[in-house]
Design a protein around this ligand. Structure first.
Ligand code: NAD
Length: 288
């Protein structure tokens, strides 16, 4: 392992730490997950982001276990059906994820999406608080939560999520939400940090990349690192997995950071959490 592949860590509000660069496994087929995650760990990744709904927790767990390394693992509670989503359901899903992963511990458990009907995310959040109190999980947080939903969680339970994992990349920079997170000591974690590859043809990023002899993907991930956000790029292509971790041997200037800031155009790839309501049978349909 090269020294330029060692990620810094970020401190969470519960005093645990998380490696700032992780590896996401959304849409990596079950059959490819063990090898892909093993390759990523061999290259130096120390943090894997999965979810029950990705259907590959077992293979993630096996790859981590086989590595013998203390890899930080995140998984998530997601049940878009308001008739089922509840305190008990969140605890049951945690147990399923824990068994699927087959590891001694889960480092971070997130509510995957806020289920807005009857504010069910409050019940789920209470379950996560208890799971942490029972020492079944080290850190707890949320994903795709808006400022209003975060405010409500905090006011109603007094427990501030350690992390909010949200879509973030140069075309969707989440400036207001990050500012809110900073005020409350919530770490911002970026999903789709490369905008699912769509930002990588940007001329501004290509120009900065050629200056450093790096790729646009490396420039974007370096930008995330310098903003202090945690980030979890995904790739199934070994040379890209490797490229995405070689980002610790150079530094963007303040001017370059400002130039990238100028690319923001509030452009989402995923649904807008402030408006989107998942169909109740979303998971069942996806399995077919
Ligand atoms: P991403 O921005 O990481 O983009 C992944 C795609 O970018 C790859 O499939 C590949 O096509 C391309 N790519 C990756 N590295 C590249 C490189 N070096 N050069 C050129 N192209 C490259 O998008 P993502 O997969 O949507 O997000 C990353 C992770 O975030 C997921 O795997 C998952 O763990 C997490 N996620 C979470 C949520 C949530 O709701 N919490 C939603 C989506 C994703």
């Amino acid at each position: 392992m090269f020294s330029d592949t060692v990620s810094p860590t970020v401190k969470l509000n519960d005093n645990n730490t998380i490696p700032q660069l992780g590896f996401g496994v959304y849409q990596i087929p079950k059959s490819k997950t063990y090898n892909t995650v093993s390759t990523a760990i061999n290259m130096g990744y120390e943090h894997i982001d999965t979810a029950l709904s990705y259907g590959n927790e077992e293979e993630v767990g096996k790859a981590i276990d086989k590595s013998g390394k203390p890899i930080f693992v995140t998984t998530k509670y997601f049940n878009p059906n308001p008739k089922q989503h509840s305190y008990d359901n969140a605890k049951e899903h945690f147990k399923t994820s824990f068994d699927n992963l087959g590891l001694k511990k889960i480092d971070l458990f997130l509510i995957h999406w806020p289920i807005t009907k009857n504010k069910l995310y409050l019940d789920a959040w209470r379950a996560l608080i208890d799971l942490q109190k029972e020492e079944k999980v080290k850190s707890i947080g949320v994903s795709n939560f808006t400022q209003n939903q975060l405010t409500e969680l905090i006011e109603k339970t007094g427990v501030i999520p350690a992390i909010n994992q949200v879509e973030m990349h140069p075309y969707l920079q989440q400036v207001c939400l990050r500012d809110f997170h900073d005020r409350y000591g919530i770490v911002t974690e970026a999903w789709s940090p490369l905008g699912r590859g769509k930002v990588l043809d940007d001329k501004v990023l290509k120009d900065i990349a050629s200056h450093y002899g790096k790729t646009p993907a490396q420039i974007v991930l370096r930008w995330h690192m310098q903003l202090g956000v945690v980030t979890i790029p995904k790739s199934e292509t070994p040379h890209r997995v490797e490229e995405n971790i070689h980002i610790f041997d150079f530094q963007l200037t303040e001017d370059e950071m400002k130039t990238i800031e100028g690319l923001d155009r509030a452009e989402r790839n995923g649904p807008d959490p402030a408006e989107y309501v998942f169909p109740e049978d979303f998971l069942e349909k996806r399995k077919k």
